[in-house]
Design a protein around this ligand. Sequence first.
Ligand SMILES: O=C(O)CCC(=O)C(=O)O
Ligand SMILES: [Fe+2]
Length: 335
Amino acid sequence: MAQTGAVPVVDVSQLDDPRSLADAIKSTLNSTGFLFLTGHGLEAQAERMFEISERFFREETDEEKQRCAYKDNKGYTRVSQEVLDPSKPAPDLKEGFNASYIAPGEGAHPPVPSQPLPNLLQDHADELAAFQHGCFSICQRLLQAFAVALDLPVDFFTSQHHEGPDSRSILRFLHYPAIPAGAAVDPNRAGAHTDYGSLTCLFQRQTGGEGLQILPSSEPLEGGKWRDVGMVEGAMLMNIGDAIEPVWSGANFKSTLHRVVLPTPLPADGVPERFSIAWFNQPSPTASLKTCVPVSSISPEDRERMARKGVEPGKEVTADEHLQARLASTYKLVK
Ligand SMILES: O=C(O)CCC(=O)C(=O)O
Ligand SMILES: [Fe+2]
């Protein structure tokens, strides 16, 4: 398997059946939990999403952004409004927009978002809906492989995910503003965190794209060595989230801590802006999250990882209960 920085790279264009995909990715799911996928088929659409995202952050009026301000995990967050690592005093130097499910348009019927969209995104709602569907489909393919890798029925996870207005999955546009030369800022673009859903697809851009780091589960939480994820042109970065790691897989698969940092010391000529796009794939709100491997097989270290995230092996929670608990304990917004 090819490797760049801390994260392996897998070409998935030929891995059509769940078994061959599972064989190619299983060892990574058990270790770093992060994987670059090439040949995923969404390259051109992702590039379009970056164009739309760039226009949105640069050209949309403040009034429109505020009309669609963050509520219930949807909408616009201002620079320095979000705190992904509440144990640190510095808020994140980024702005974002969370778009929930958009029903695709059909014939004369326009697409229907399930939240207010700012004008500039509403104009591209059809493309956003198609991209959301593309991301959901890749995740279903990956979730089939996850099930096979855990010796579960192939539809074990996919049957607990769906598309629709009540889905909790989110398409997120992120913009990290440029840091001017000589600025005195905390190196925090996005604080250390794990993602909450079943898995995340992340698209990065070559320009200003550096800065994403992971703390592999083999490293101690305090003083452990963070690794650069690096960049693979056109690739999609996949990572496991907290619905899979501590809950469903009994910590067999790893939901790895990650963050986005500025270089230290800051380069004399400043740091360019950075854009990224994430698809946070969430189980259906009523999905039952219960450890799916024998509880007796879970190692003491993995039990500790589960306990840190407030998960009791074998206890059943709904995906919504899990999501609300994770948001409440690890996510903060500055008013
Ligand atoms: O922008 C990035 O590269 C990562 C963002 C991230 O990890 C997140 O929003 O959960
Ligand atoms: Fe993340």
